[in-house]
Design a protein around this ligand. Structure first.
Ligand SMILES: [Zn+2]
Length: 141
């Protein structure tokens, strides 16, 4: 499943850290896919990527593609922070519950007054120097 991609003509103020554990996630995101890790021991899904399961002692995991659909759990707008992050003024982050049952934080691309439980989708935010993931309300058809 390929996520919608939006292009942002700006530089990321800070690059996400990539490690041996997280590199497959960032590679897939650059290709428009969003991956979760699934524990090979108990089958639980996790995000962010990590070296061990949070539910059992298993360290082996496989990557699975998600559909990128979910619901909005909460929004918060940040008004103060380090200068690089405040370059464009206040910014909003969303807490999203994916349909797969994983909760995560994402850039919010939409009205900061969007009601909770709104149907949302993940998107790829492609900056001039890298990618992040974000969320927005599911566009009406
Ligand atoms: Zn496990």
């Amino acid at each position: 499943m390929t996520l919608p991609i939006i292009y942002i003509d700006a530089e990321l103020p800070s690059m996400p850290r990539s490690s041996r554990t997280t590199q497959p996630f960032w590679q897939a995101l650059a290709e428009g896919r969003f991956l979760l890790q699934q524990c090979k021991g108990c089958g639980s899904l996790r995000f962010p990527p990590g070296a061990i399961c949070q539910s059992c002692p298993e360290s082996k995991a496989q990557w699975i593609d998600v559909c990128g659909k979910g619901t909005l759990y909460a929004l918060t707008t940040i008004h103060a922070g380090p200068p690089p992050l405040m370059r464009d003024g206040p910014y909003t982050r969303a807490i999203v519950d994916l349909d797969e049952g994983v909760r995560l934080i994402a850039e919010w691309h939409g009205d900061p007054e969007t009601p909770f439980d709104t149907a949302v989708e993940l998107i790829v935010s492609r900056y001039n120097n890298g990618c992040l993931f974000g969320a927005r309300s599911v566009p009406s058809k």
